[in-house]
Design a protein around this ligand. Structure first.
Ligand code: G4P
Ligand code: NA
Ligand code: NA
Length: 190
């Protein structure tokens, strides 16, 4: 998505540890006209898929998913991160390890809001090693729903989470894939 790539080049800041800061338009301050174009682009890509629900994870995915959902006319459900897990059978549960934050989270989603009748589009802001996305995919599989695919705003292609999922046959659509980045250069996959 050209508009997004231009914005990353203009306002993205590469931090030590291969972190791309996009706080001024995506992760902290949010540029709503840009995110609106992102939502339209996800709809264009998934126009033929019978999506009934958009799934994301708190926190940064939620705003993006909500704007996209207006084009799909479906609800958004977001997985919640928690430290204290009570396994009461009413929740889908999985563990997500964050390499960026060096932490393991329990992630939960109420069984009321995802079931075998659903056709799911997973949306998230970043895809790196794929830990978050793998956790969400596991929840979809446990619910019996059909995973139509995933929509990612920025994929860090050099961390291979996306390529591993594509090799497994999962549809991963990323609006910008970064193949390399340094302090003063950033290249996108064609
Ligand atoms: P992974 O899920 O793809 O394996 O990535 P990882 O565990 O390393 O990422 C942990 C968190 O950091 C995720 O957000 C992810 O979206 C985000 N992230 C990963 N790489 C980058 C990056 O280069 N720049 C930015 N800005 N974020 C990155 P989170 O902690 O789960 O939560 P939240 O920010 O959505 O609340
Ligand atoms: Na996220
Ligand atoms: Na994030």
């Amino acid at each position: 998505m050209q508009l997004l790539k231009e914005r990353i080049l203009k306002d993205g800041i590469v931090k030590p540890g291969n972190i791309l800061k996009v706080d001024s338009f995506l992760n902290h301050q949010m540029d709503i006209p840009l995110i609106n174009e992102i939502g339209k682009e996800f709809k264009r890509i998934y126009a033929d898929a019978p999506i009934t629900k958009i799934l994301t994870i708190e926190a940064s995915g939620i705003g993006i998913a909500c704007i996209a959902a207006q084009y799909f006319n479906v609800p958004v459900v977001f997985a919640k991160k928690t430290q204290s897990l009570n396994l009461d059978g009413e929740m889908y549960c999985t563990k997500i390890e964050s390499f960026t934050h060096k932490k393991v989270y329990d992630v939960i989603l109420s069984k009321k809001f995802l079931n075998a009748d659903d056709h799911v589009l997973i949306i998230d802001d970043f895809l790196a090693n794929g830990c978050a996305l793998n956790g969400l995919i596991e929840i979809v599989h446990n619910s019996g729903a059909v995973l139509e695919g995933t929509g990612i705003v920025i994929e860090k292609g050099f961390q291979h989470g996306g390529d591993l999922l594509r090799e497994k046959g999962i549809r991963v659509e990323s609006l910008a894939i970064i193949d390399s980045m340094t302090d003063d250069s950033l290249t996108f996959r064609e």
